[in-house]
Every structure is written in C-alpha cells, then in structure tokens.
Design a protein around this ligand. Structure first.
Ligand code: ATP
Length: 217
C-alpha cells in the first residue's frame, strides 16, 4: 500500500504558522507521503470571508511554495457551488483510487464540530481522520457530542501505523507544537492597524499589504 496522503482543508483566511506547523508535523507524526492543501471555496459553515476565495488560494500558494511535500488543490476554490468535505473526498478517491490511505487533517476545534458537516458519517468510508491538539480545545470524549464521541471511541487507532493498514476509517490524534495563533486574531490585528508579523509568513503578509486586505473590521 502506498504512503498515506494528508488532506488539509480550511478557510485559510489567512493561512498562518499554526496551519503550516500542523501540516509539517503531521508528515513525521503520521508517516505521510505529503500534504495536499485544499482551501475552501464558499465555506458552508461560516459567514462570507473578507477576501475572495482566489485571494485565500493565492496566499496558501505563497505559504507552501518551496516545500516539496506540500501541494495545493484549487478545486474547491474554482468550483461554483459551495464546498463540502465529503464530495471533495469522493473526487479525490476517484482521482487516487480506492487503496491509497487518505488522512484528513483537522485541528481539535474543527473535529469537535465534525458531526455538523454535510454527510459526515460518509467521511469514514473515504478517509481516516487525524486530529491535532490545539490550545484551548481538548481532544477528549467528554468535550464531544455523544454521536461523535461514539465514532471516536469505535474508530480510534492505537497509533499512526494503523493508517497504513486500511485506506480509510480510523481516527488518530497527534500532538503538535502548540501555537495559539488563529486567523481571527490576525484579521483583528490587521483591522486595527497592528502588526501580525511572525504569526504568518512574510510572503503572505506582503500579499495582504499589496492587496490592502483585512483593513476593515
Ligand atoms: P478562524 O480563526 O478564521 O476560525 P483558523 O485559524 O481556525 O480560522 P481555519 O482555516 O478555520 O483557521 O483552520 C483550518 C484547520 O486548521 C482547522 O482544522 C483548524 O482546526 C486548524 N488550525 C488552525 N489554526 C490552528 C492552530 N493554531 N493549531 C492547530 N490547528 C489549527
């Protein structure tokens, strides 16, 4: 069986070092061949982002540029209809075949909301889920809804080696460097004319400044 491929979806509004460390550390922790970044088009779970999907995609491209283990999937941004994770995974399965282990990477906050996703139970037939720790969001059954806690208990793998033994269906957790950075915090700083430097790559900050993004609260 070929190396598991990480899939990392998000709004990335804007992409920051929390995202980059999650993707980078997941490769070693989970034994991934690489990570495919999938910026969301029209996010179904949140209000209209302040910048266009094309601009968020451009920022992700700048952030991951030069890392041979990272690739960017623009399909959700280019789609005219709202993006949902399960249809995206179905598309990737068609592209990559039934056997390659796919690992959906999510932070603990995103995982806690999984049971609200469109067709969420179908997800486990298509991919594994790897949950990274994030400051302020414990990964423990007590903090999950009953139905998600049930899936978590039933599907939890003892370690990442289990990701290679099936193409989909397991849940693992992994500890990453804890970075209490959020895109919300960055948007607020920029809207208030404050520095967001060192929270995200300079290449992304340059793009934000060149295009005068996030200036209005
Ligand atoms: P916002 O503040 O706008 O909600 P965000 O910073 O949470 O954004 P998203 O694009 O919503 O960023 O997140 C994409 C994925 O990255 C999610 O699975 C989220 O849990 C994870 N993530 C984001 N920031 C961190 C972080 N600092 N540490 C760990 N995981 C993170």
């Amino acid at each position: 069986m070929s190396e598991p491929l990480g899939l990392f979806g998000g709004t990335f509004d804007p992409v920051h070092y929390g995202h980059l460390r999650l993707a980078e550390e997941s490769i070693a922790h989970l034994g991934l061949g690489g990570v495919r970044w999938i910026p969301a088009g029209q996010p179904p779970h949140r209000g209209t982002p302040q910048v266009t999907a094309a601009q968020r995609l451009a920022m992700v491209r700048r952030a991951v540029d030069g890392n041979p283990r990272f690739s960017v999937d623009p399909a959700e941004v280019e789609a005219v209809v709202p993006s949902y994770t399960v249809p995206t995974l179905e598309r990737l399965r068609r592209e990559l075949g039934p056997d390659r282990p796919l690992v959906l990477l999510v932070g603990a906050d995103a995982f806690a909301g999984l049971a609200t996703w469109h067709r969420w139970r179908d997800l486990f037939a298509l991919a594994h889920v790897a949950v990274s720790h994030r400051p302020g969001f414990p990964v423990e059954p007590a903090s999950l809804t009953t139905e998600l806690a049930g899936e978590f208990a039933a599907r939890r793998l003892a370690d990442a080696a289990g990701l290679r033994q099936a193409p989909a269906g397991g849940i693992v957790t992994f500890a990453m460097t804890q970075l209490a950075i959020s895109a919300t915090q960055i948007r607020k700083l920029l809207a208030n004319g404050l520095s967001a430097r060192y929270l995200l790559p300079d290449e992304v900050l340059d793009y934000i400044q060149t295009h005068s993004l996030y200036r209005n609260p």
